[in-house]
Design a protein around this ligand. Structure first.
Ligand code: ZN
Ligand code: FE
Length: 256
């Protein structure tokens, strides 16, 4: 299966999977880039997967229905453009002949879901919306630190080779914060140089992998001594992972 990241708005990606004939898209906040890709590659749109209700993820859904031969899938507990097939934890769907499993990942929004497939080659493929970003995580608009920490823990327990398709190109600004949390993390320094070179060349930094994120993403490293120490210096009331996570998330909200 071919995997494309269609740029949208300032820093969104609309992920498209296609087999040369049929395509599925994830979180089409804008129909324009999807229409263009479908036309250029002469593909038929056969599924739309939505992770959460924010406009930059659902804004193009209705404008794509006219050429959709298949379903819109979305989170059961959120209001997204109807009609759609409502999904929650453990649900299984099929798109492009691939079986996807749904994982509830509340935190950024209350009903946010992620989609995981093991059917596209040896490495699993994860569409996680605004939950996990490379080097960071989504803001807590509707959920608690405990919920988001639990959601990220579920994602970080996936196989290390899992490809992580996030919806935003936030990597460099996330890594700036990550370096403030863990200045001595060598993998983080090396990855930062890599991503700076990619961006300087106009390239995308995604997808990441779960293995990579475990090495460099402070929000997945709340049990590491260096991360705990920094978080304690920035208001974490105790060294428990959820408290560390909450303090990091709060600090990042106004980090420049
Ligand atoms: Zn969002
Ligand atoms: Fe978003």
């Amino acid at each position: 299966m071919n995997l494309l990241a269609l740029p949208a708005f300032n820093d969104n990606y609309i992920w498209m999977l296609h087999d040369g004939v049929r395509a599925a898209v994830v979180d089409p906040g804008d129909a324009g880039p999807v229409h263009e890709a479908l036309d250029a590659l002469r593909l038929q749109l056969s599924a739309i997967l939505v992770t959460h209700h924010h406009a930059d993820h659902v804004g193009g859904v209705d404008a794509l229905r006219g050429r959709l031969q298949g379903s819109v899938f979305g989170p059961a507990r959120e209001r997204i453009p109807t009609p759609f097939t409502p999904l929650s934890d453990g649900a299984r769907i099929e798109a492009l002949g691939l079986r996807f499993e749904v994982i509830d990942v509340p935190g950024h929004t209350a009903g946010h879901i992620a989609y995981l497939t093991h059917d596209d080659g040896p490495d699993p493929l994860l569409f996680c919306g605004d939950t996990l970003f490379s080097g960071g995580c989504g803001r807590l608009f509707e959920g608690t630190p405990a919920q988001m920490h639990q959601s990220l823990s579920r994602l970080s327990a996936l196989p290390a080779k899992t490809r992580v398709c996030c919806t935003h190109e936030y990597t460099l600004s996330n890594l700036k914060f990550a370096l403030a949390v863990e200045p001595a993390n060598e993998a983080l320094a090396a990855y930062t140089s890599e991503c700076q070179a990619l961006r300087a060349a106009g390239q995308i930094t995604l997808p990441s992998t779960i293995g990579r994120e475990l090495q460099i993403n402070p929000f997945l490293r709340c049990d590491q001594p260096a991360v705990v120490a920094t978080a304690m210096a920035h208001g974490a009331p105790n060294p428990a992972p959820v408290a560390v996570f909450g303090a990091l998330r709060e600090w990042k909200n106004h980090f420049r």
